[in-house]
Design a protein around this ligand. Structure first.
Ligand SMILES: [Zn+2]
Ligand SMILES: [Zn+2]
Length: 180
């Protein structure tokens, strides 16, 4: 998959999870572009509507926050624009639809939340298709919580500045001293 530089239109190089322009006369030379921004600015982003069932790529459901073109999905890169929306509007990161008052998050043993919240069925789907979310280095467990139990940068989410694509919230569970 070739993603062209938004400035010089030459193919961007993909390296360490980000795109770079290597054209020596281009004004974007040396700038790192996150996947979602390069894909969007190149005009190649494929529409990923909210709702269920999810669009599929090679048999796998595509989360609402995954950057994609017609024939490629960057599973581990996140669309920061959509993630900010999900965090600010209490939307499900897997399906993009509104969440009930209590929703699921995947939290590490230290209480760090994997990005945003999910519906119960979307949480089950994520764990079924993305086993790395709950194993290996992430070691998360699902927890049913209200938005008021989340803090970011040391303050309740509702009192924090909104999440922004370049300054995303890192959610944590408050009072994470309970065992089990
Ligand atoms: Zn360029
Ligand atoms: Zn959902």
């Amino acid at each position: 998959m070739i993603v062209p530089c938004p400035e010089c239109k030459k193919a961007l190089r993909f390296d360490e999870g980000r795109f770079h322009c290597t054209t020596d006369w281009c004004s974007a030379l040396g700038m790192e572009m996150p996947v979602w921004r390069a894909v969007k600015d190149s005009g190649l982003a494929a529409p990923t509507p909210a709702g269920l069932p999810r669009p599929e790529h090679r048999g796998l459901p595509v989360p609402w926050v995954a950057p994609r073109t017609e024939n490629q999905v960057w599973w581990r890169a996140l669309d920061a624009e959509r993630l900010a929306l999900a965090q600010n509007l209490w939307l499900c990161q897997a399906c993009g639809q509104a969440l009930p008052e209590k929703a699921w998050v995947l939290a590490s043993p230290e209480g760090q939340v994997l990005q945003a919240a999910l519906h119960e069925t979307c949480k089950d789907m994520a764990l079924e298709y993305c086993p790395h979310l709950s194993s290996g280095t992430t070691r998360t467990t699902p927890r049913l919580i209200a938005r008021s139990q989340l803090i970011t940068d040391g303050r309740p989410v509702a009192q924090a500045a909104p999440s922004e694509p370049d300054f995303l919230h890192q959610w944590e569970l408050e009072r994470f001293d309970e065992t089990g």
